[in-house]
Unconditional design. Structure first.
Length: 254
């Protein structure tokens, strides 16, 4: 234990450790945005009094899955090993997780958009209402996929595990503080909800591509997402100003 604290103090006495911590924390928050969007969309299907609880449990499960993957780095490395080959292309456990998770997001995002625009109105019937446990299970399964991406990023950036753990915990605390604000804002604006679901489809496509060994630089993806979000925020602001304007009658010529 004394050796651990000595190594810990030595690591954090170096400026590069703090730079790594800040950089990784920022990246973990960015990578967690899609996690928040997914949790918000699923939690919104529950009764209002259960939504905040589902969001908190979802993020707690996300933190747990990330820490478990960090604790099983040996297992994570084994996921990179080929399991079988398809048309001379090796397929690993990580590839399968990314493929299945990506396909799930593509299907789920498309179905959610259809449901919002042409599906059964949940305010008029509770026949197809999901249960609390089914929503939590869906969140838990996708948390594993998002956590895999997050932990692989952490391992690629930092070699000292305590820095990874601290960065992930800080990022999760930030997301816990803002998840209700983000979720309520998305829920209040239908166009933002459709945009968020479109992001899920985009993320699903990226995961499928990565599962097929086609790496797409994350910078391009996040630029597209933030640019689209910025345009929609300008639209919302413009519509708010238009709605605030008083109706003025045309004046006759004099």
């Amino acid at each position: 234990m004394a050796e651990f604290f000595t190594e810990f103090s030595d690591q954090f006495s170096r400026p590069e450790a703090w730079i790594s911590l800040l950089t990784l924390t920022f990246l973990e928050i960015v990578l967690g945005i899609d996690n928040i969007v997914f949790i918000s969309v699923l939690a919104a299907k529950l009764p209002v009094e259960q939504q905040a609880k589902a969001r908190k449990i979802g993020l707690a499960l996300a933190l747990l899955s990330r820490l478990m993957l960090l604790g099983g780095l040996a297992f994570l490395v084994q996921l990179e090993n080929p399991l079988f080959a398809v048309f001379e292309h090796d397929v690993s456990g990580r590839d399968l997780i990314l493929l299945l998770g990506g396909l799930f997001l593509l299907i789920k995002g498309t179905m959610e958009i259809h449901e919002k625009l042409e599906g059964v109105d949940g305010s008029k019937t509770r026949k197809l209402a999901p249960t609390f446990s089914s929503v939590i299970i869906q969140i838990m399964l996708l948390d594993i996929v998002f956590s895999l991406d997050s932990v692989i990023t952490a391992v690629g950036m930092v070699k000292y595990i305590p820095i990874m753990v601290i960065a992930i915990v800080i990022a999760m605390i930030v997301m816990l503080l803002f998840v209700d604000v983000v979720s309520n804002y998305i829920e209040k604006h239908p166009t933002l909800k459709i945009l968020a679901l479109s992001f899920l489809i985009l993320i699903g496509f990226v995961l499928v591509a990565e599962g097929l060994h086609h790496e797409i630089p994350k910078g391009y993806i996040y630029f597209a997402m933030f640019f689209s979000f910025g345009v929609e925020m300008l639209n919302l602001r413009f519509r708010k100003k238009q709605a605030a304007k008083k109706l003025e009658l045309n004046r006759p010529y004099r």
